[in-house]
Design a binder for this molecule. Structure first.
Ligand code: BES
Ligand code: MN
Ligand code: ZN
Length: 487
């Protein structure tokens, strides 16, 4: 979004030349600090029975005498938490949907001084509301008009605090938008080569070092697992590495690894036709890594970050890997591929081994890895797996503060036994039961030298149904985690 935000003082509310004012009320009465013109309008609406100041209630008041902005919408939030204010803003934006609003002013009433987290939550709500997919849909309406957001505050100190949230929110919003856009692109428009080009573009615009390993480089290195997935596809695989340097070269970097399956047919273990189109989102992990890198490159925290994205299609074909084939991973461990549809772990394991060379402080992989995780957690929380309590706690906390939550799942060694194979060091699948956990245990076999966590975003990276599309998750979670590491 091209949403430039600013912050101003409250006495101007009624005289502000915005296209709409969105009033978010916390509590069951308006505090006296609210502009008299707005106070009057709210009181009249209450008297007429058009508005009740109770959580969840809302009203569109249209033109209000004395208010320069031609529209006023009021939404009562559940409480003053960033989460509740975001939900209220989402409702308010729905009330204003379709109206010609270029400049939106938001005022929060009854929650005390605005915090950075509240301001950030508002930006999230606005960016989500204005995103529109256009890339392959020429008939889509012209780009959304909302381009300016003003948050009304009461003092310079409050403005300074809110600005911190707005700046962080905007950087994350741009990363979320990038991730959504990439995830939404159809498989024929978002090939591994297109992802590599995207990485180079991000490198040029944000001063990042970018390397792309071609198939022959990966062969020379010994990435037999990654390449086994790629061998069935006519699209050349790309192993993408991006570097953000914000601290001394000697400081150990954090590494993000994103699953970049640009289309997952299942391979020879072919998926059924129903909803197979959604497998274009199987690079949602990669998309979130691109988005996070973008947000970090904007915010420039003092840390070093490496992003690793193994990118390939998973296709059936005359050259495709077959069930029962045994491949040798970059780590040297061999894998019996019992199911070619469990391909995510096959590309991630080589990427995790590759990450060792950066001697990282921590590695987090992000993947649309298992249908089982979607069944376990639905679309609300991403699955978090890590044997490291401290790292897990930091990621959980980042998810809460970013309103992009995850939930820790177990990693007991008993689950690992399901991966035993008679013909290789391990099989790539276990039984159906506990499928998200065995997938994580498979990855864990490649992390002996790492401080590692895994996020399974199969349920959270996109929405099915009428509002089908990428969500941009977990860019906010990852950005919050990284920013916390720089402190
Ligand atoms: N990309 C899928 C996982 C997935 C499924 C994500 C549905 C989002 C929605 C992954 O590659 C896959 O196919 N996993 C298999 C693993 C199984 C063969 C052990 C699955 O979940 O069915
Ligand atoms: Mn698959
Ligand atoms: Zn997949």
């Amino acid at each position: 979004m091209d949403c430039r935000s600013l912050v101003i003082a409250p006495e101007a509310t009624s005289r502000l030349s915005a296209d709409a004012v969105l009033l978010l009320v916390v509590g069951e009465s308006l505090p006296p600090a609210v502009d008299a013109v707005i106070g009057q309008a709210v009181a009249e609406a209450q008297a007429q029975g058009d508005l009740v100041l109770k959580p969840g209630k809302q009203a569109y008041l249209g033109r209000v005498p004395g208010l320069k902005a031609p529209r006023l919408a009021v939404v009562v939030a559940k409480d003053g938490s960033p989460k509740a204010l975001k939900a209220a803003a989402v409702s308010g934006l729905a009330l204003l949907k379709g109206l010609a609003i270029k400049h939106l002013a938001v005022q929060i009433a009854g929650a005390g001084e605005a915090t950075a987290a509240q301001a950030e939550a508002l930006v999230q709500a606005v960016t989500d509301a204005v995103y529109l997919y256009r890339a392959t849909k020429p008939s889509a309406p012209a780009a959304p008009v909302l381009a300016k957001l003003t948050l009304l505050v009461g003092s310079k100190a409050e403005a300074a605090t809110a600005t911190i949230g707005l700046v962080r929110g905007l950087a994350i919003a741009e990363g979320v938008t990038l991730a959504r856009e990439l995830a939404n692109l159809p498989g024929n428009h978002c090939t591994p080569s297109v992802l590599a080009a995207q990485a180079r573009k991000l490198g040029r615009s944000h001063g990042l070092r970018v390397e792309v390993l071609e198939r022959r480089h990966c062969e020379a290195l010994g990435m037999g697992s990654f390449l086994s997935v790629a061998q069935g596809s006519a699209e050349p695989p790309k192993f993408i590495v991006m570097h953000y340097q914000g601290a001394a070269k000697t400081q150990a970097p954090l590494v993000l690894v994103g699953k970049g399956i640009t289309f997952d047919t299942g391979g020879i273990s072919l998926k059924t036709a129903g909803e197979m189109d959604e497998m274009k989102f199987d690079m949602g992990g990669a998309a979130s890594v691109f988005g996070t890198l973008r947000a970090i490159a904007e915010l420039k925290p003092k840390l070093n970050l490496v992003a690793v994205v193994p990118a390939t299609e998973n296709m059936p074909g005359g050259r495709a890997v077959k069930p029962g084939d045994v491949v040798k991973s970059l780590s040297g461990q061999t894998i019996e591929i019992l199911n070619t549809d469990a391909e995510g772990r096959l590309i991630l394991c080589d990427a995790l081994t590759y990450a060792e060379r950066f001697k990282p402080a921590a590695v987090v992989d992000i993947a649309t890895l298992t249908g089982a995780c979607m069944i376990a957690l639905g679309g609300v929380r991403s699955g978090l797996f890590s044997p490291d309590d401290e790292l897990a706690a930091a990621l959980l906390a980042a998810g809460e503060s970013a309103l992009d939550p995850c939930w820790r799942m177990p990693t007991d060694d008993e689950y690992d036994e399901a991966l035993k194979s008679n013909f290789a060091d391990m099989a790539n699948v276990g039984p159906r039961a506990g499928g998200a956990i065995t997938a994580a245990k498979f990855l864990q076999r490649f992390t002996a030298k790492l401080r590692w966590a895994h996020l399974d975003i199969a349920g959270t990276a996109w929405k099915s149904g009428a509002a089908k599309g990428g969500t941009g998750r977990p860019v906010a979670l990852l950005t919050h985690w990284l920013l916390a590491q720089a402190k």
